[in-house]
Design a protein around this ligand. Structure first.
Ligand SMILES: NC(=O)c1ccc[n+]([C@@H]2O[C@H](COP(=O)([O-])OP(=O)(O)OC[C@H]3O[C@@H](n4cnc5c(N)ncnc54)[C@H](O)[C@@H]3O)[C@@H](O)[C@H]2O)c1
Length: 252
C-alpha cells in the first residue's frame, strides 16, 4: 500500500517551488492534496500536474495572512475528503536584501505576517481537525535562517526562528494526543525565492552553492522527501524537531 493512501493533506504555497514538489510527491504516494496558494494560476497548475499523473488534488485560492481563508482551506479538505491527516505549512516570503537598520515597517509587516502569522493561523485551524481525527502530522517550512543568523535578512530570520518556536511549543502541547509537529530548515534551494535572494545579494548560483559544505544548492525534491518522511508513519517518534536539509550549511 502507498505510504499516504487515503490520507488528506493541506499544502500552503503549493503553487511553486518546495510546496509544489511536496504536493506532487504526496499525491504520487496516494494522498489527496488540498493546495492553498495566493496565486490562483500557479495553484491550478500544480493540481493539473497531479491529475495528469493520476492523483487527486484540489486548489483553493488562499492568502495565509487571512484567518478566514486559512480556515476555509482546512474546511474544504474536511468537507471534500472527510477529514484532515496533516499539513505542510510552506507559504513564505523573503524581504529585500539589506541590513536591519535599513528595513522599513512595511517590510516588517509583510515578512512577519506571511511567515509567522500565516504559520500560526494555519496550525490554529489544523490542530483541532487532527485532534478530531485522533492524530496526524504537521510540518512547517522554516529555513536554515531559522537556526543561524542570515546577514541581509534579519526579518526573515526572525520570522523563521519564530516558526521553530511555534513548532516546538505546539508539538509538546499535542504530542500525547497523537499529533506530531516538526519543521524543516532548508539551505538554499533552486526556486523562484532563491532566484530573488541570489540576484538581491549579487551572487551566482555557484558562489552560493560553494557556501554549502556539499558544494551545491539543493533541489525542491530533496526537501519534499524530508517533508514526506516527517508526515509519514516512518517518523512516528519524531516530535518537535527543526530538521535541517541544508547540505551541511548550519554545521559550518
Ligand atoms: N528556496 C530556498 O532557498 C528556501 C530556503 C529555506 C526556506 N525556504 C522556504 O521554503 C518555503 C517555500 O519557498 P520556495 O523556495 O519554494 O519559494 P517560492 O517563492 O517558489 O514559493 C513560495 C510560495 O508561497 C506562496 N505564498 C507567498 N505568500 C503567500 C501567502 N500570503 N499566502 C499563500 N501563499 C503565499 C507563493 O505564491 C509561492 O507559491 C518558504 O517558506 C521559504 O521561506 C526556501
Amino acid at each position: 500500500m502507498a505510504r499516504f493512501e487515503n490520507r488528506v493533506f493541506v499544502v500552503t504555497g503549493g503553487g511553486t517551488g518546495i510546496g509544489r514538489a511536496t504536493a506532487i510527491q504526496l499525491a504520487v504516494e496516494g494522498a489527496r492534496v488540498v493546495i492553498g496558494n495566493r496565486n490562483a494560476e500557479l495553484g491550478g497548475d500544480t493540481v493539473a500536474e497531479i491529475e495528469r499523473g493520476g492523483g487527486i488534488a484540489l486548489f483553493q485560492r488562499t492568502d495565509v495572512t487571512d484567518d478566514a481563508q486559512v480556515r476555509a482551506l482546512v474546511d474544504l479538505a474536511v468537507e471534500r475528503f472527510g477529514g484532515l491527516d496533516g499539513a505542510f505549512n510552506n507559504a513564505g516570503v523573503e524581504g529585500p536584501m539589506g541590513p536591519l537598520h535599513t528595513m522599513d515597517d512595511a517590510t516588517y509587516d509583510r515578512v512577519l505576517d506571511t511567515n509567522l502569522r500565516g504559520t500560526f493561523f494555519s496550525m490554529r485551524a489544523q490542530i483541532p481537525r487532527l485532534l478530531e481525527r485522533g492524530g496526524g502530522a504537521i510540518v512547517n517550512n522554516s529555513s536554515v535562517a531559522g537556526l543561524v543568523g542570515f546577514g541581509g535578512q534579519a526579518l526573515y530570520a526572525a520570522a523563521k526562528h519564530a516558526v521553530n518556536g511555534l513548532t516546538r511549543t505546539a508539538a509538546v502541547e499535542v504530542a500525547a494526543q497523537g499529533v506530531r509537529i516538526n519543521s524543516v530548515c532548508p539551505g538554499a534551494v533552486r526556486t523562484e525565492m532563491f532566484e530573488r535572494f541570489r540576484s538581491g545579494g549579487g551572487l551566482s548560483e555557484e558562489e552560493l552553492g560553494a557556501l554549502h559544505p556539499i558544494g551545491r544548492i539543493g533541489r525542491s525534491e530533496e526537501i519534499a522527501a524530508l517533508v514526506c518522511w516527517l508526515l509519514s508513519d516512518e517518523a512516528s517518534f519524531v516530535v518537535g524537531q527543526a530538521l535541517a536539509a541544508d547540505g551541511g550549511l548550519s554545521s559550518v
